[in-house]
Design a protein around this ligand. Structure first.
Ligand code: SF4
Ligand code: SF4
Length: 121
């Protein structure tokens, strides 16, 4: 599993630039660039979304991260992805070592993208 950082700080799963979800889903079936991908697990911060996300939280990773210094990324989700044209896509699972999800000021899934996407040639 690779290391993931994310700047979608309006997302309920974003903890200091890391993702506390257990599993995330990246979508972009026909994507040929990062801008055509989204993090479909994004949910805007708020009490209702916090409650509904509790079933998809990486509690073990959160605890490990708390006890490490934040420079080392220990908390990272399993990344499911349907962007089949990305070179890192291994049968629906992301195989990238370092993954960056972009979405500053995002208020919806559509404002996010996988910056690590590289189109296969
Ligand atoms: S936008 Fe996606 S990767 Fe970023 S914190 Fe939210 S669920 Fe995690
Ligand atoms: S790097 Fe590629 S395979 Fe990994 S999540 Fe992003 S688009 Fe999907």
């Amino acid at each position: 599993m690779g290391k993931l950082s994310c700047n979608a700080d309006n997302c309920v799963n974003n903890v200091g630039g890391l993702c506390s979800a257990d599993i995330i889903s990246i979508k972009g079936r026909d994507a040929i660039s990062s801008s055509e991908t989204v993090c479909d697990t994004f949910k805007q911060k708020g009490i209702m979304n916090a409650l509904s996300s509790m079933g998809n939280t990486n509690y073990v990773g959160e605890i490990e991260q708390m006890f490490s210094d934040f420079h080392e990324i220990l908390m990272t989700p399993e990344v499911h992805c349907n962007a089949k044209k990305c070179i890192y896509n291994k049968q629906g699972i992301c195989g990238a070592d370092n993954l960056f999800i972009y979405g500053p000021k995002a208020t919806s899934v559509q404002n996010t993208e996988c910056e690590t996407f590289i189109n296969e040639r």
